[in-house]
Design a protein around this ligand. Sequence first.
Ligand code: PLP
Length: 409
Amino acid sequence: MTEHPTDRLLRDRARAVLPGGMYGHQSAASLPPAYPQFMRGGRGARIWDVDGNEYVDLMCSYGPIVLGHQHPRVEAAASAQAALGDCQNGPGPVMVDLAELLVRTVRHADWAMFAKNGTDATTMCCTIARAQTGRRKILAATGAYHGAAPWCTPRPAGTTPEDRANVGYYTYNDLASVRQAAAEAGDDLAAIVVSPFKHDAGYDQELVDPAFARGLRALCDATGAALILDDVRCGFRLHLGSSWEPIGVDPDLSAWSKAIANGHPLAAVLGSDAFRGGAQQVFVTGSFWFSAVPMAAAVATITTLGEENAVAAMARTGAALRDGILEQARAWDLPVKYTGPVVMPYLTFAGDKGYELANVFTAQALRGGVYLHPRHNWFVSAAMTGADLALVLEATDQAFAAVRKQIGQ
Ligand SMILES: Cc1ncc(COP(=O)(O)O)c(C=O)c1O
């Protein structure tokens, strides 16, 4: 049983000085009460909350941690750069090293630009597409998350209808709906933005239909609009390159962040030569966008991912996790859906109203020492060991038992 006295005290103090006590996607307010709000640290696949409770981490800071917390090689590279300088009057040489590495690693990339957050990157992609094409309209999938800027935030408080006046919507994996939205945009279509698979929080996930991806590519080729792949959540976890390389579809522009620097703050826009002109025209910048430490961390992260075949290792762990969990669900006679790529899975219970069963499941898993999420896909890192996996499956078995008890025999 976990105890959270320090967390409770921090929450009390936070309520006075942070709006709502905490905000954004890491707010624990909508998680079961068993969840801590404040975290102390992590190493490998293990994390500790402020009260010292230990968990196997299957959220990976909502995606950034891909090699494991405090990865020695990444932290050594970051420290070496920090000893020289971080935030300076100009970028370090590492900016060129990183851009070269990304252009070598990602097939569609001829150039790279850097920022801090995924929202910066998706918004920059739209700006570059508009600058290049001289058009206004962007198409996005209904319900897809592309960040927290006024054009895409899922909670529109404080934004205006004008912020979205040039955004049209389509249904993921439904080419006819994209064609219709494109027809409505007419000759004002600047870009179609799409995620590698449908990973809207709180819903069963849906892998991309390769014919849908190819259809988007053909539509962009026919209209001159940019195909923007939002690889912020999936990038460097599904594939060492763009997440659509395995299905043979290259975007014109792509947005990256999260796993790119194993937890260090960095985002990137990658693009093809056809959009280099637009990228040169736009004014995009930020006080901390050229900090050298996260770039050094990114070079180390991407190099390590490649040298250690980490993507394949995560896929093996993810498959073992899926097999174990589905076997337990069968044994407990609980109908579940386990969707998405095995390294970014999501579990739902049939007929679960208001996430009641998901809350019971994840709260019990937490008590058993495993950090999952009831309404967001999980993330597998390359740091997960056999012992971590065994602990996870022990906890999920107890979590299924709790759900079974909640429903009744
Ligand atoms: C697919 C996708 N795009 C964009 C973003 C925004 O990234 P950030 O939170 O770093 O601004 C996220 C964040 O979760 C995301 O999952």
